[in-house]
Design a protein. Structure first.
Length: 460
């Protein structure tokens, strides 16, 4: 029995009645940037879909900085009609509300849940969600993310962007290579945050009723992508140009997000074992949109901190590493952590500091793939609770990021992309290792026995 919509939400839905296309914007303290996102989304709805009934909905965390006021006070769409000379058939409706928490947890996922519920109540055919800290969003993004659904029969549109080589480190080290190796689909930005979702897929998401703490926070993006794939929905990508947004330093800002994303992945990997165990290799996913050459702004990363955090992990998480990793992998990461410590010491020496250079520290692709796979197996065997597994993985992620960013330091963004591809192939090559360890697991058999998955193939 679905819970009824809270009164404020119900009222907003009653007022609008029905819509064909919706843009949803989750926000938390984004007063500085959400005005631009709102204007771009409105312009996109009016310009590209003048015959449809559009609605824009902002689901805010109750931000104290006036985020919601900015949305409400942004110029109405008649401004767009004037400057673009379009005559839409329907008035654009706008809603900005504070979303309810899910079991006491408020986060991006909780905001998305409210957006899904509104989309379903309004019976929209296409829902586009975009982050509220975007600088590079253009009206065209609405067309690129909704077009494949409304005109192409797709259910899920995942973004493709040019990102600075130091940005998107959770994507580059885990979500891209792992989604590709597990499910065989080369979806380059599985947690990009800007997605198109069909009405049918919105129903599917709500039907899962799967709001763990991690999914209600930053686990939501990988949950949306993986649930679309595992549910057999038609998936494509849209080229959006550059992603420019509030910058984050992995060592300083991304630990909690990493935990929520990884925790969600581990749950889903267990749940969908019958979907991925037999997949070999991977194939391209259709991509739409004109390719533009755009240079995202550089992002500085504190490399020393990443190396130091990795080394510190040896002491604070050494016991967990021994429990959750295969013996050889555990031995190797202990050595790598002390290498990281040595490189950090050299770089931080008071007398003769030696600047960090490519080659001073390396965490090889194959070793990283095994670490990630060992953790999947450890979650499957319930060696430790998932939150402790991901906490122990965080310093290893820092080490892997330090290695990757040092390696690409003097490379162009395009060359750096080649390094991410090399790592993705290493994950595919190591997949038989995951499958055999998974099947050896004491409690294996329940989820993979007798599976025959028509979607899996030996795709190159
Ligand atoms: N409603 C709501 N939105 C949130 C919350 N936390 C983050 N968001 C929104 O989620 C979107 C993505 O958050 P960011 O912090 O930019 O994270 P990101 O860009 O996915 O991650 P990075 O690539 O690491 O920067 C933004 O629109 C945020 O406003 C929250 O607690 N509640
Ligand atoms: Mg962001």
């Amino acid at each position: 029995m679905p819970t009824p919509l809270p009164p404020a939400l119900h009222e907003a839905v009653e007022r609008v009645g029905h819509a064909d296309i919706m843009v949803g914007i989750p926000s938390f303290r984004n007063a500085a940037t959400i005005g631009h996102v709102t204007r771009a989304a409105q312009a996109g709805l009016v310009q590209y879909f003048p015959d449809l009934r559009p609605v824009l909905v902002n689901a805010d965390a109750g931000s104290p900085d006036g985020t919601q006021r900015v949305v409400v006070e942004t110029e109405p769409p008649d401004y767009v009609e004037r400057i673009l000379l379009v005559r839409p058939r329907n008035r654009l409706e706008r809603i900005s509300l504070t979303y309810p928490e899910v079991d006491g947890v408020g986060g991006k996922g909780a905001a998305l849940r409210t957006l899904f519920r509104i989309a379903r109540a309004l019976e929209v055919q296409a829902l586009v969600v975009v982050d509220s800290d975007l600088r590079s969003i253009l009206p065209e993004w609405v067309e690129l993310l909704a077009g494949p659904i409304l005109k192409g029969g797709f259910d899920f549109v995942s973004p493709l962007y040019a990102r600075h080589k130091n940005d998107g480190t959770i994507t580059n080290t885990v979500t891209y290579p792992l989604t590709r190796a597990l499910y065989g689909l080369r979806i380059r930005q599985p947690i990009g945050g800007d997605f198109g979702v069909s009405g049918d897929l919105v129903d599917h998401y709500l039907g899962q009723d799967d709001w763990t703490d991690a999914v209600s926070r930053f686990g939501i993006d990988i949950w949306m992508t993986t649930s679309a794939i595992a549910g057999g929905f038609a998936v494509c990508q849209a080229r959006l140009g550059a992603k420019v947004h509030d910058p984050k330093d992995p060592g300083a800002d991304l630990g909690p997000m990493f935990g929520q994303v990884l925790g969600t992945i581990l749950e889903l990997t267990e749940r969908h074992a019958d979907r991925w165990l037999q997949v070999r290799g991977s194939h391209d996913v259709p991509a739409y949109g004109f390719e533009r050459i755009q240079q995202p702004p550089p992002l500085d990363v504190d490399m020393l901190r990443l190396l130091e955090e990795f080394e510190r992990g040896r002491l604070s998480q050494g016991e967990q590493w021994a429990g959750m990793l295969a013996a050889e992998t555990a031995e190797l990461v202990r050595e790598l952590a002390s290498d990281a410590g040595k490189a950090a010491n050299q770089a931080a020496r008071a007398d003769a500091p030696r600047p960090l250079e490519p080659g001073m520290f390396s965490f090889p692709d194959e070793a990283w793939a095994r670490v990630v796979y060992d953790v999947c197996v450890a979650a499957h065997r319930r060696v430790l609770p998932i939150d402790r597994l991901v906490a122990a993985l965080v310093p290893l992620y820092f080490g892997r990021v330090a290695s990757l960013l040092l390696e690409v330091r003097d490379l162009s963004d395009e060359q750096a992309e080649g390094v991410v591809e090399r790592q993705a192939r290493a994950f595919e090559l190591a997949k038989p290792y995951l499958v055999s360890r998974w099947r050896e697991s004491p409690d294996a058999g329940s989820s993979d026995a007798g599976s025959s998955d028509a979607g899996s193939s030996d795709a190159a």
